[in-house]
Design a protein around this ligand. Sequence first.
Ligand code: GUN
Ligand code: FE
Length: 427
Amino acid sequence: MQQLIRGRILDFHADPAETEDNHRYLEDGAILIENGRIVAVDDYAALAKPGLAEIDHRPNLILPGFIDPHIHFPQVQVIGSWGAQLLDWLNTYTFPEESRFADEGHATRMAGLFLDQLTMHGTTSAVAFCSVHATSAEALFSAAEARDMAMIAGKVMMDRNAIPEVQDTPQQGYDDSKRLLEKWHGRGRQRYAITPRFAITSSPEQMEATGALVGEFPDCAIQTHMSENLDEIEFTLSLYPKARDYLDIYETYGLLSDKLLLGHCIHLRDREIARMAETGSRAVFCPTSNLFLGSGLFDEAGLRKAGIVSGIATDVGGGTSYSMLQTLNEGYKILQLRDQKLHPLTAFHWATRGNALALGMEDEIGTLAPGSAADLVVLDVNATSTMALRAERAETLAEELFILQIMGDDRAVAQTYVAGKPMKAVA
Ligand code: GUN
Ligand code: FE
């Protein structure tokens, strides 16, 4: 059955990402949907037909759903844990909490609640770290499949420097990852991401096994962390004394390519920047996490100038909000401290099309192109009295977007569609 969704429509061109000319805007537009896919986008008058089911979201904005390219599923109950920087935070709060995901019942319950949080905040796809347990990845993929929601996820591989409850071994990590990958990668909208947590928690043997898996499945995404925190970097280099730098560890085991998503990338050396650019490796900026854990200030302009493609992500539960709007808000403030500017049109490009480009999934998500998934977010700039008061004085689309970027959160998400289905209760 076809359906028409009407509103003020905004989507973004692949290029250019950083100018005011990066988008298409339809003041009275409509999206024609059939079987969870977009058939056409045009002015409402051009698509309206007698008898066609219609939902009218005017005066709200309709955009491609947000994409969160770095988030931790088993950290739903870690978010907002007090007083620690990265390594203490992992040992004190995170690893014990992740150990609970060995239990299938717990993992299944949390998977549903996690996906509810994403869609409540307007996020329709995510790249997620699961716990070390295969059960956690099974639970997340099963829940996402039931909603026809595109998840890119993997069980973390980690075989040292953590409590035994969240450790695997090089062989078990390889076997479990391969089995999950063969089951889930490309099944419906699900994709597997090969997921060594980071070099601290993987022995050289495990990195070797990871490299073998990457060699066998070159079209899979790979996700890990790099250069988030100064103590982390020092400890990492002490564990891999032959490495020239942090990136060199991942390079040695054959992980560098445009499939590699490197969370954080704050404290990079020049060689690492040059090598990331040469290999197409992606950086993922996690602003709320970087502020919350006191990690440091991401150099967006510097990496872009070097030719590195970056994503922007929540990193829940180091990150403090599922909201990509709040993520853009804190991102704006971090870049202010670096004397860089995050223009609202660039910001909304980044959270949708830009993140899809970073994942190489730009034909499927983060777009309103015909044939792509009908994953949409509907945004209401009048969601709170503070926003509505400010919006009275907004004259341009960019101003409206900036109000959403700085003051918006889940309250500004009037509706989220995943594969054409509304995820919020319809009033
Ligand atoms: N580095 C390794 N594991 C993690 C994690 O769970 N969160 C963050 N922010 N950094 C990490
Ligand atoms: Fe992370």
